[in-house]
Design a protein around this ligand. Sequence first.
Ligand code: HEC
Ligand code: HEC
Length: 194
Amino acid sequence: MKRTAVCLALWLAVTTAGAAVDLAAGAAKAQVCFACHGPQGVSQTAQTPSLAGQPDGFLQWQLVFFRSGVRKNPVMQPMAASLTDDDIRNLAAYFAAQKPPAAGSNGAADAALYAAGQQLALRNRCASCHRDDYAGMQAAARTAAQREDYLLSALRAFKAGTRTGGGVAAMPDVVYPLGDDELRALAHFMAHLP
Ligand code: HEC
Ligand code: HEC
C-alpha cells in the first residue's frame, strides 16, 4: 500500500541515524526559529507552539511530516523544505534539551474547566501515550504547559481531519467522539497542569 510505503520511508529518515548529533549546529540553526517559537523555543506568539522540552522523536517526526507535506502548514512547510536529515536531528536534539515552559505560564486556571478536562483526560486515557506528567514520549508530544490556544487548534485540526499524523498516530481516533466543549476543557487542563 502507498501509505505503508510512505510511513516506512519516513520511519527510515527518522531512525537511520549514523552520524552523531551536533548540538552546537542545532543551536545555530535554531536561531531563525526563535522569531516565532520564542527564545530557546518557549513561545510568546499566538497559535505558535513552544518546542522547548519536546521529546526528540516527536520533533523529528513533525519536521519530517512538514518537509514531506504529510503535515500541512503554510509557514512551516517552507521552513522545513530545506532542512536535511542532519539538520532535523540536530534541531530536534537542541530543542529537546531546552527547559520546557514553566507550569503556570498560561495564567490562572478556571477550576471547573480544569476539573472537566482532567476527567476527560482520565476517561480517554490521554496519559497512556503522553505520560502521567504530560511530558510526552517518543512520537507523542509534550502537552504540559503548552500554549492553550495552540493545544486547542491542534485538537480541532485532528478532529477536522486536517492534521492526520503519519499513520502511526492515534490522535484522529482519540478526538473523533469528542465535542468542541470537550476539546476546550482538555486544552485548558493540559495548559494549566501544575
Ligand atoms: C514564521 C514563523 C515560524 C518560524 C520562523 C518557524 N516556525 Fe515552526 N511553527 C510555526 C507555526 C505557526 C507552527 C504551528 C503550525 C500548526 O498550527 O500546525 C509551527 C509548528 C512547528 C512544529 C510542530 C510543533 C508541535 O508542537 O506540533 C515544529 C517541530 C516546528 N514548528 C519547528 C520549527 C523549527 C525547527 C524552526 C526553525 C528551523 C521553525 N519551526 C521556524 C511558525 C514558525
Ligand atoms: C495512542 C496514543 C495517544 C493517545 C491515547 C493520545 N495521544 Fe495525543 N498524541 C499522540 C501522538 C503520537 C501525537 C503526535 C501526533 C502527530 O504526529 O501528528 C499526539 C499529539 C497530540 C497533540 C498535539 C501536540 C502538538 O504539540 O502538536 C495534542 C494536543 C494531544 N495529542 C492531546 C491528546 C489528548 C487531549 C488526548 C486524550 C483525549 C490524547 N492526546 C491521547 C498519541 C496519543
